[in-house]
Design a protein around this ligand. Structure first.
Ligand SMILES: Nc1ncnc2c1ncn2[C@@H]1O[C@H](COP(=O)(O)OP(=O)(O)OP(=O)(O)O)[C@@H](O)[C@H]1O
Ligand SMILES: [Mg+2]
Length: 224
């Protein structure tokens, strides 16, 4: 499903070219739950952004099912991100001025879903993450773990089959982190493909496969 072949990417900072991914090849099947680990600066977020079609590669190819990402148009990429990919970030990225329900509704606005249908689905999504009684709360009035659950409800609202998560528990205490992983494990059981970056071994332990990046290359790829 996710097929990277000899992917390289560098950033140019003035005269200096910084090679971040140096020939990464990997295949992830539909329904896998994969953790990506590695030291800070090893290229984890860059790799995740490539997989999430948020960034393009300099060399090599990336195929998502039968779509060659490097030759897809910006519209095709936007449609893919909207329909197939759900994103969860360390910093939640909720909009502070609107309540939890409205935050979850947002992605549906781009799909022109009617307002009452939007509300009904957003409420159901909040219920799925155990937050139906917090729908009217603004993000600031929620705990970190609750904010991340709102972000997950939002990521799932267009029923993506792939979840892309960059350190989803990185801002949470250990108990909230495990609550979020419990949700991820449920999503995995429902058949979602999950690709998650984490620094923590006990969080990576929820995945069935751990890919270790070191200095822009895959150092180890372990299945459990
Ligand atoms: N937009 C950018 N422009 C220039 N350099 C960048 C950019 N994004 C990342 N880098 C550099 O690329 C390298 C890899 O960054 P990346 O964010 O992928 O690392 P990471 O493994 O996710 O690290 P961390 O664990 O700290 O999040 C770093 O040296 C970083 O400074
Ligand atoms: Mg990172």
């Amino acid at each position: 499903m996710i097929d990277l072949c000899g992917v390289s990417k560098s950033y140019r900072l003035g005269e200096v070219v910084l090679a971040v991914l140096k020939g990464v090849s990997l295949h992830i099947d539909a329904g896998e739950f994969v953790a990506i680990m590695g030291s800070s600066g090893s290229g984890k977020s860059t790799l995740l952004n490539v997989i999430g079609c948020l960034d393009t590669v300099d060399e090599g190819s990336y195929r998502l099912d039968d779509i060659a990402i490097e030759s897809a148009s910006e519209d095709e990429l936007a449609a893919l991100r909207n329909r197939r990919l759900g994103f969860v970030f360390q910093s939640f990225n909720l909009i502070p001025r609107i309540n939890a329900l409205r935050n979850v509704e947002l992605p549906m606005i781009y799909h022109r879903v009617a307002p009452d249908e939007r509300q009904r689905r957003a409420y159901a999504a909040l219920k799925n993450v155990g937050l139906e009684d917090r729908a009217a709360h603004s993000p600031a009035k929620l705990s970190g773990g609750q904010q991340q659950r709102v972000a997950i409800a939002r990521a799932l609202i267009n029923a993506p089959d792939i979840i892309i998560a960059d350190e989803p528990t990185g801002s949470l205490d250990s108990a909230s982190g495990h609550d979020i992983m419990y949700l991820f494990a449920q999503l995995h059981q429902q058949g979602k493909t999950i690709v998650m970056v984490t620094h923590e071994n006990e969080i990576a332990a929820y995945a069935q496969r751990v890919i270790y990046l070191r200095d822009g290359v895959v150092e180890k790829d372990e299945r459990r």
